[in-house]
Structure formats: structure tokens, C-alpha cells
Design a protein around this ligand. Sequence first.
Ligand code: TYD
Ligand code: MG
Length: 477
Amino acid sequence: MKQPGSRRSRLQYRCQECGYSAPKPLGQCPECSAWNSMAEEVQELGPAAAPSRSLAEFSSAPTPLGDLAGEVETTARSATGIGEFDRLLGGGVVCGQVVLLAGPPGIGKSTLMLQAAAALSSGLKTLYVSGEESLRQIAGRARRLGVGGGGIVLLSETNLGRILDAIESLKPGLVVLDSVQTVHHPEWPGTAGSVTQVRECAAELLRTAKSRGAVVFLLGHVTKEGSLAGPKLLEHIVDTVLYFDTERHDLLRVLRASKNRFGPTDEIGLFEMGEKGLREVAQAADLFLEEAGARTCGRAISVSLEGSRPILVEAQSLVVTTHYPLPRRTATGFDLNRVLMLLAAMEKHLRIRLEDKDVFVSLAGGLKMSDPSLDLAACMAVLSSERDLALPADTVFIGEVGLLGEIGRAPSLAGRLREASKAGFKRALVPKRSSGSAGAAGLDVIAVGSIQEAAGWVAGSKKSTMKGEPGRRTLPG
Ligand code: TYD
Ligand code: MG
């Protein structure tokens, strides 16, 4: 019989990846399929057990939606002034917003956060809690970044109870927790970084944020394999998830939003780490184009769209005679299946023979993109390498290629063309179907309806006889 007040405990095993619990240790987690991820955990049973609250617990009385019409706040946003960061947040942070900023160690989470906190602290009282660094270390970094004291209060602490006390007494409008894996609450089971601790601590801060209308940034580490308790586990309880990562080693840091209740999710922010912290990369053209202007076989430039941001990218290809019974096809930065489809469409509609050729296709700069509007550039790069014919260096190729060899629409064509024009390109091959929305931007726009027309234009441009090409027209700048 259960005695009131008595405490019993039970041993259970919890997956450190997803939080799944089982009475026995398992080699593989049945929930997330991770191997060797189960850790022992003591669960307190009975009345004195840790309160099992729902993760995001905040309550209201049932209210008809109509009654709230007048109350809909025009979400006041606080901008950080870091353009690449604000765009991802949809213009700035919103009161009560909880943001998870995750990334591998050393990517620059603390740096970005200190820079953003410094900017926000002019409008919001800021509490920066570090469980990883001493006050002296943070102050040293702030000096290096040229960040003044402003309204930032620093706290070096790992005990959640004391962090909550500090929030209680300071009443900050912005709380940064660096990192969520280093805090623990002594009354809850497990050590700092364990699933229970991470989840409960984050939930407690979430409740605090929502009830006080404070903005909370949780920083979390992920390893290269994307594992370690934390980020994956918190994705569904926070409002916004930002991932900070590098696509090309050490050169460029890319911030992506994978979830956002108050803004877009398809934007990317680009940063470079320098002597004085993170610098925004506004002009990405120089980074992704290898020696723009050089006439080399096998390269075609396109303009990809990441969210609302057009980025100039370079498709490269190498087509060589194979020495193996099975010709090789490799795609880097592109989806391999997409490339296989494009090669098949080219064989069929352009009547080129690739069955005895190895074909390598890649995106320069180590980028990974899934924008189908890069298809045309990929095809033209392959054609250029196969024919040993350099494409005009001042031309961009934009358009999706379909199974029938037709060139499909490219969304936001006007924005893409503006970006190309800014970078000094003179001409653009665009889908006939979207050319009405091209808006020119001072570029010579050539509308093509099929891959044959595009290939025809390329062959014609070699002889520099571009007059009378199908669909060629110049829109007014
Ligand atoms: P940090 O923000 O500590 O990364 P995280 O919090 O994600 O673990 O920054 C990591 C790296 O950035 C570190 O190796 C040092 C480097 N760095 C610079 O190159 N310049 C700078 O101005 C700063 C502050 C850091
Ligand atoms: Mg850090």
C-alpha cells in the first residue's frame, strides 16, 4: 500500500537523443532509431516526485476569438540591427518569443548572441547567463567585439533555481542562456545535459518567458552528427529554431531558420568570422563564383533563391570518357536523382550520348541547394563540358528543366535578375513562361521555352550570331 509522503524510486532508461524511456536498456531506440543512446535514470515515484508538468504550460479562460479582435497586438519587434539575423527573425524579436540557437561547438553561437544582445540591450534590459564561461572570459570577448557594457547584466551560473531568482529580481526583457546543456535543477533527476534536465529547464524558462513577455534565447550544442540531448528535443516547444552551421569549412557560416512562429523559415543568413567577431556577408557573389569572368568549359552561372534572398551560384561539370563498364555520375551540392533526370532529359531531347561518359556535376563554393531553377545552369554546364565549348561569361541561366525538356517557371525572376545585374552580368536565359515577370533590371533577357532552344542559343552564341534567335528580346531597363 502506498504511504502518503513516502518516496520510492525506479530505474529507467532514457534515450539521450529523443527522450524515449524504457524499463530496460535497449541497443537501439525504437523511437528515433539511434544506437547506444540509452542512459540510466532514476525516476522518483510517489507524492514527492518531481512535478510532471506539461512542457509548455500556460493557461487562459476559454475566450471567443471575436472578443479578441481589438486586442491583436501589432507585434512590436525589436531589431538587432544585424541585417542577416533580423531577416531570419522576420524583422526582429517579439515579446515572449523563445528562440533556440543551435550549432556545433565553436561555430560562433556565443559570439553572435553577444553581438545581438549588445544591440538589443539598448531597448531591452538584458540578462546574459553563461554556464560555460566565467564573467572575465565573457568580458574579454565583449572587449574583442567592441561591445560596450550597455544594459547587459552578466551572470555565470549553472543552477536553474538561481537563474530564475535572478530573472525574478532583475526583470529583464531579454534572457540569453548559454548553453541549455550546462544548466541543471538540483531537484530534478539526471545531470546537466541529460534529456530530463534539458527539457525541464527549457520548459521552466519557456513558462517564465511567456508569463513575463520576455524574449529568451537558448543556445544549444549539436555535434556534427546532429546528436547530443538538447536541440532536437526542444524543437517542438520553442517558437523559433535557428541552426548555425558552416557549409564550406571555416569560410562561411550559415544561419538557417528551421521553425519560426513569428517569421519565415526559408531564409538564410550569411556570416564570416573575423578578428572582431561575426561579419555579415551581404554580397555573396564573390564567395560562390570561382573567378567570375573566366571563360572555362563546364561552368554555368545561375541565381538561386534561398527564401527571399537571391544568391549567385556556379554550376560546374566535367564530362569525360569512362574507363569503367558502368559510367559514373556524381553530384555535389545538387540532388543526385535530379541530376540523373536532367542527364536523361538531355540525352533524349538534345540527342547527346552520355552512356560512355563519366559525368560529374557540382555547385562551386561547397553550397548545397535544392532550387529547381538551377536545372538549366546544370544542363548547360554539362553541355559546355561535353561539347568543349565555353559559355559566355556574362550570362546567367535560370529555369527548371522538366522531363519533356521544357523550361518551367522560375519564381521571383525579377529579384534574381536584379542580383545578376548588380554583380555585373549582361545577359540572362530565362523561362519563356516567366519572362513576362522578368522586369529586366538592365539585362538582355533571352526567353527560352525548351532545353533545345537553350542549347541552340549556346551553339549560336559561339559564333556570335545572336540576331534572329528564337524568343530573344531586350526588355527596357
Ligand atoms: P564562439 O562564439 O565561442 O562559438 P560557440 O559559442 O558556438 O561555441 O566562437 C568560436 C570561435 O570563434 C572561436 O574558435 C574563436 C573564434 N572567434 C574569432 O575568430 N573572432 C572573434 O572575434 C571571436 C569572438 C571568436
Ligand atoms: Mg559558446
